[in-house]
Design a protein around this ligand. Structure first.
Ligand code: HEM
Length: 427
């Protein structure tokens, strides 16, 4: 660790330098990959995807998702295949150091989202110093990498800032078996990409930049998205074998997003306008028990068929549910907004972290949900589910965290959290 000061000193994150560093796609191009050169034709190293009104639209696999926008990328962005999520503890009480960190993180994230290495790159700096970038993403495409940052309750208390009212501590729900080593966090970064190495590279480099100011508290790798914000695409399946994400807030549904996902100016605090609140829950599945359960029981638990994903009593996946045809404790019946009164945007991933020592798969769903207010969103829903959901026999919530996700970064001189730290509320 003695080399860390030299490392930080060597990192140059000024946006102007972005053009001087080598885009990963160009690196491939130099290697002779004509297909990639074709993709960069027109002089742009990066196909950042953005519509006229400034919101992001779908990017093809491998492409870059625009980093700048009213909202952070990685929320309504079409869900990528892989996740690396990290929660950090803040290890300094110096507000200025955290501001510096957020500026450095933003500059690095901007580069990585474009498929570029951070700072002077993995090989471009002084031979006598550790490289600014760790290098394992050289030659890889941007892979629709999105980096989404969130502020946990501890950030506010530690830095003496007032905490948004909607960022409440979650109550203890019946059945919770939360592991404190996999819960909480003062800051979080959600990295999603179609290539796992790109997501891991991003978290690793942000953690490295944060040395001395933040330390990773816990992290979670995820695969096989268990949700969808693109109803027109095939719905993915979770590890229980069911289509997951059928009825979710769609990336194209602006009205639903304004109503249920984005914090409005009038909600307060002003710095959160355009942001959202994130609830992360590590939910373990008792896979072995589930696998010994009859198909009929499995379908009754969810209230949907396993093959088509249709609501019980209906034929097609997108048919309107008939709740009377479902069991009273069916997951979908309880969770549907008509019955729960709550709408959240789900963006979870499956995980398998080996076995638990008793030969059982340490597997489940890393549940990520974005909402305008945690009280009327996750808490309201989970109160019902924790008490009545038939699924509870097969799952257990073992990790939990909640974060205020600030609005997007508007341009090259903006940074994550500026609206908080540069306003009266953050002063
Ligand atoms: C391991 C845990 C879980 C599994 C395996 C799971 C699985 C599913 C599946 C298969 C569906 C039906 C397809 C769909 O519409 O997406 C569904 C729907 C849903 N789930 Fe879960 N879920 C889990 C936990 C949760 C939790 C903790 C919440 C919220 C507190 C939640 C909220 C919802 C909602 C809101 C819907 C949509 C219901 C509707 O509008 O029809 N789920 N879930």
């Amino acid at each position: 660790m003695a080399d860390e000061p030299a490392l930080s000193a060597g990192i140059a994150f000024a946006p102007a330098e972005a053009s001087a560093v080598v885009a990963r796609r160009r690196v491939i191009g130099w290697g002779g990959a004509g297909v990639v050169l074709g993709a960069t034709a027109g002089g742009s190293a990066v196909a950042a995807v953005r519509s006229d009104n400034g919101t992001r639209t779908a990017a093809a696999a491998g492409e870059a998702v625009a980093f700048h926008g009213t909202h952070q990328a990685g929320i309504v962005t079409p869900v990528q295949d892989r996740l690396h999520f990290a929660a950090f503890d803040i290890t300094t009480d110096d507000r200025d150091e955290i501001v510096r960190l957020l500026k450095d993180w933003t500059a690095a994230a901007r580069l990585m989202a474009e498929g570029r290495p951070v700072g002077e790159g993995a090989v471009g700096g002084l031979a006598e110093a550790p490289p600014d970038d760790t290098g394992e993403a050289l030659g890889l495409q941007p892979s629709r990498l999105t980096l989404t940052v969130g502020f946990g309750p501890g950030l506010f208390s530690r830095l003496g800032l007032s905490r948004p009212e909607a960022l409440v501590d979650l109550p203890k729900f019946p059945g919770d078996a939360l592991d404190t080593r996999r819960s909480g966090g003062d800051l979080c970064v959600q990295a999603c990409a179609d290539d796992p190495q790109v997501a891991v590279h991003a978290i690793r480099n942000l953690a490295r930049i944060g040395f001395g100011k933040v330390a990773v508290r816990w992290s979670q790798l995820g695969f096989g998205k268990t949700s969808s914000t693109t109803p027109e695409a095939q719905t993915p399946r979770n590890l229980m074998g069911f289509k997951d994400g059928t009825h979710n807030v769609a990336g194209s549904d602006r009205a639903a997003q304004s109503k249920h996902v984005w914090v409005a100016q009038k909600d307060g605090p002003a710095w959160m306008a355009g942001g959202s609140y994130l609830v992360a829950r590590r939910i373990r599945m008792h896979i072995e028990t589930w696998d010994r359960t009859s198909l009929k029981e499995q379908e009754d638990v969810f209230g949907r068929t396993k093959g088509e994903g249709a609501p019980i009593g209906r034929k097609r996946e997108r048919d309107t549910p008939d709740f009377r045809a479902m069991k009273a404790d069916a997951h979908v019946r309880l969770a549907h907004p008509d019955n729960s009164g709550a709408t959240i945007l789900r963006r979870g991933y499956s995980f398998t972290d080996g076995t638990d020592g008793l030969g059982r798969l340490e597997a489940g769903l890393f549940f990520l949900a974005y909402q305008r207010d945690v009280r009327s969103g996750f808490i309201s829903l989970q109160k019902q589910l924790a008490k009545h959901d038939a699924l509870n026999e097969y799952i257990q919530h073992v990790g939990s965290a909640v974060f205020a996700v600030p609005p997007g970064v508007s341009g090259s001189d903006d940074w994550w959290g500026r609206t908080l730290f540069e306003t009266a509320e953050g002063a």
